[in-house]
Design a protein around this ligand. Structure first.
Ligand SMILES: C[S@@+](CC[C@H](N)C(=O)[O-])C[C@H]1O[C@@H](n2cnc3c(N)ncnc32)[C@H](O)[C@@H]1O
Length: 184
């Protein structure tokens, strides 16, 4: 929040979500201009929220994140800008995504590419442990990958959140590599 408050034009993306969290976050920042993008399967916003979002430069992208067209839409909305914050609190929704290591890798690399190298942060739920296991990824592999990120100038942390979720936080610093080290 403090870091976002210093950005001249904060850009916030919320995956697997309505515009609620993005709108609340941007409205608490001191800047009068910024951009928000939220992605969920169906746009169920009331017309008054659509109106408020439009005024605040917040867009609801409607669609399935496993489809390239949705990522293309996000990229087109960014129009060359990079995100200061990408968040994702999918909870159970993650368990309905295909349990495929290649999909997780593609998502992470797309998120990494969208982040600003000036401290852009991703904070999000990892799929449940059962889903990693079904995707053929072990706990040790995740731990190794996080250590690898930290030794490659990508400050990273994984923390337990509530009973079932693990939250991953990664930061893209100016000295971080262009490409995200391969997952897992
Ligand atoms: C449990 S809700 C979480 C909403 C919000 N992030 C929160 O924390 O309150 C899950 C959200 O994920 C979205 N969702 C589920 N599967 C999705 C998919 N494949 N692509 C895009 N959005 C998806 C749903 O539309 C819903 O908005």
């Amino acid at each position: 929040m403090q870091a976002l408050a210093k950005k001249p034009f904060p850009v916030v993306i919320d995956l697997l979500s309505s515009t609620h969290a993005t709108s609340s976050l941007l409205s608490q920042l001191p800047q009068s201009q910024g951009q928000g993008i939220a992605v969920e399967l169906r746009d169920r916003r009331h017309f008054s929220r659509r109106f408020r979002d439009k005024r605040a430069n917040i867009t609801q992208v409607e669609g399935d994140l496993t489809l390239p067209r949705v990522w293309e839409e996000i990229s087109s909305l960014l129009d060359g800008r990079k995100a200061d914050l990408v968040m994702e609190r999918g909870n159970g929704a993650l368990a309905h995504l295909p349990k495929d290591e290649r999909l997780y890798r593609v998502f992470l690399s797309k998120i990494w590419d969208m982040l600003s190298s000036d401290g852009g942060m991703f904070i999000g739920h990892l799929p449940y442990v059962d889903s990693w296991k079904a995707a053929g990824i072990s706990w040790e592999q995740i731990q190794d990958w996080i250590s690898n990120l930290n030794s490659n100038a990508i400050p990273s942390l994984m923390e337990k959140h509530g009973k079932y979720n693990y939250v991953l936080r990664i930061v893209k610093a100016p000295q971080s590599p262009e490409k995200l080290p391969s997952f897992p």
